[in-house]
Write a protein that binds this ligand. Structure first.
Ligand code: AP5
Length: 213
């Protein structure tokens, strides 16, 4: 099964993407995580991406399209869940052509939404494991031991782009470039829209209902 989750920053794409991909035994392809790994490893793509990411801007399309294509091809047998790609209409068109070229398609396309006030609370409290990338929240889902990942014991940190000023820029970019994906996808087969403002388990149940339909 191949899925796409899209929606604003902080809506829970990563949180739910990890859980849903585990349930369905498919690969979780999170564009932000793939880019952060490339930055950490100092690859050519990572070096190109870093400045855009720190400023909350979109990394150029040619960089992200080739990175995601490589991962999709690696995981085409097991199936995959796309999180954070595409993020504008040009990327959505590139994805459509790429999937056609490889004889693949998306079974479900889910738009997740929540009020901006909730997104701000989620982003400003987010802490992430440096080693495995698992996400926690200072108030909503704190780790058992402060600063330490429950899953792998790694160190937890706050993302550079989760500073208040950068969050505002990311939300602006979302409204300008990513929200228009709604008109691109809403008439397509497999499209669903869910209210992701509830508790994590509630949101997961909604997503499971969509994919089991
Ligand atoms: P990326 O890492 O994809 O960031 P994002 O889309 O801004 O999304 P987030 O990771 O911030 O939010 P999320 O929806 O995954 O929320 P999460 O589950 O963590 O991208 C970062 C940057 O990379 C971009 O700004 C851009 O520069 C670049 N980039 C990435 N993709 C690109 C592309 N395609 N093209 C160009 N550039 C690209 O949840 C947030 C917090 O809330 C967590 O702490 C979590 O624990 C908590 N939480 C989640 N759900 C709930 C809930 N139901 N109740 C309470 N708390 C919750």
């Amino acid at each position: 099964m191949n899925l796409l989750l899209f929606g604003p920053p902080g809506v829970g794409k990563g949180t739910q993407g990890v859980r849903l991909a585990e349930e369905l035994n498919i690969a979780h392809l999170a564009m932000g995580d793939i880019l952060r790994t490339a930055v950490r490893e100092g690859t050519e793509s990572g070096n190109k991406a870093k400045g855009y990411m720190d400023a909350g801007k979109l990394v150029p399309d040619d960089v992200v399209v080739s990175m995601i294509e490589e991962r999709i091809l690696q995981d085409r047998e097991s199936g995959f869940l796309l999180d954070g790609f595409p993020r504008n209409v040009a990327q959505a068109e590139a994805l459509q052509l790429m999937l056609q070229r490889h004889g693949l398609h998306l079974d479900h396309i889910v738009f997740m939404d929540a009020p901006e006030e909730e997104l701000l609370k989620r982003l400003s409290g987010r802490i992430i494991c440096r080693a495995c990338g698992f996400g926690f929240h200072r108030h909503y889902s704190p780790p058992q031991k402060e600063g330490v990942c429950d899953r792998c014991g790694g160190e937890l940190y706050q993302r550079e782009d989760d500073r208040e000023d950068v969050i505002a820029d990311r939300l602006h970019v979302y409204h300008e470039q990513t929200r228009p994906l709604l008109s691109f996808y809403e008439q397509q087969e497999g499209f669903a829209r869910i209210d992701a403002s509830g508790a994590m388990d509630e949101v997961l149940e909604k997503l499971k209902r969509v994919v089991n339909d």
